[in-house]
Design a protein around this ligand. Sequence first.
Ligand code: GDP
Length: 534
Amino acid sequence: MSDSAHTSLDLPAEIARRRTFAIISHPDAGKTTLTEKFLLYGGAIQMAGQVRAKGEARRTRSDFMQMEKDRGISVSASAMSFDFDGHRFNLVDTPGHSDFSEDTYRTLTAVDAAIMVIDGAKGVESQTQKLFEVCRMRDLPILTFCNKMDRESRDTLEIIDEIQENLAIDVTPASWPIGVGREFVGCYDMLHDRLELMDRADRNKVAASISIKGLDDPKLDEHIPAHLLEQLREEVEMARELLPAFDREAFLEGTLTPIWFGSAINSFGVKELMDGMAQYGPEPQPQKAEPRSIHADEKKVMGFVFKVQANMDPKHRDRVAFVRLASGHFLRGMKLTHVRSKKQMAISNPVLFLASDRELAEEAWAGDIIGIPNHGQLRIGDTLTEGEEIRVTGIPSFAPELLQSVRAGDPMKSKHLEKALMQFAEEGAAKVFKPAIGSGFIVGVVGALQFEVLASRIELEYGLPVRFGQSQFTSARWISGPRADLEKCVNTNKQHISYDHDGDPVFLTRLQWDIDRIERDFPTLTLSATKEMM
Ligand code: GDP
């Protein structure tokens, strides 16, 4: 056996080369453009423009996406795998719109790191802040990309200050921009003492990289106008004094973010960012689970569902469960135990999301994301193992912030509506509550746009026109506790009780006072705004 063959079979090496991450940004900061350049350098596409084109094709296939197109937001998340410099990158897409924050939160449970893209002229925006908070809850390491440096942008130190202040994270410059706007010529690579020059003539060309020996190297004068060079020397000296140096430990702990400056559309700074992810980014991390955590280098395969997408292909009514492998070496055809039902599943047609298209996954390793087509057995939060009774934790379901009643336009179709609603509930697209008294359903979401997406999907995928209406309730709390107390509470508060798609009781109300009352009357019960999905 040759050495290279040995290496490719060596479990830790295969796993060590994997980088599983998401890109987060405020809409319009350049996430799509950056993703596209990643795929370009990952050899997954040949030409810029294909991601968008591919997106369009997908949208025609799946009509509800028309809405996404109309509104210019990304409603659904997907995963893409490609190789870069000996590494396997698994890039998981997150919806940028805040109405889909729950989906984003769950997606971020499946990654080991995040790239935060900010617009150099706008700095930290509202959605950047929110998404950052989610990463912070998971202590995810964050690489920052300050985009659109080819345009008039803010002062470099000011941007760094703003990140440090608003997000309470230390920032270390991985590169330093030279000139702004029309005068922007490139960056000084602070980690490798290199000069990177941007080619404005060719947007897809990788920047020329010039090795120099520090900022006093006379070679610099050949490439940078004197006034910019003087400014660069001053700023870098100041930055080195004021800002922390790169420290991989602090970065991996999520307390320090390296920042690269660039222009995604001009392919500038992108490769350095990818190098940063490859060199410093985390290997597949241990996964929190009960009764013990799962380590990536364990021999046995374990994984968990973090997303379910239905009707990706209208020809098949199947759902695809997106599974993050937490450990082991997965081979197609393997039989895995579905821990919740204790049943075995033969995973015969798993899909690997190679950027070129969906492909059958012959094998996958810890860190990878595979799609498992199924008929509804697999739900968000489910764990798959080779028999061990272990359950991945930390994938929450949030209490909805908006509640509406829903009924079918045609009253004869309410059974159909129930089926559609249950499916969306399992997908995590909405909360569906069946009141203990009376008929109809109450649907809960985090953002108003979800109602619209839901209505349009129910109509397109099930041929059912539906009407949403006002609900008398505004808050939902899951109730749990000793059985006898729970039953007493349910029986004496029937008008407030509904059941979610798992059959778990939920207390619905309009008044905080009601919640306080239940907590006072039933001290053994817990009213919770989140529920672990399992
Ligand atoms: P997203 O909403 O975060 O996915 O952002 P997009 O990638 O769609 O980019 C938003 C807009 O910014 C588009 O019109 C892009 O062409 C533009 N854009 C992206 N990167 C750059 C850049 O480096 N410089 C400039 N000037 N425009 C950019």
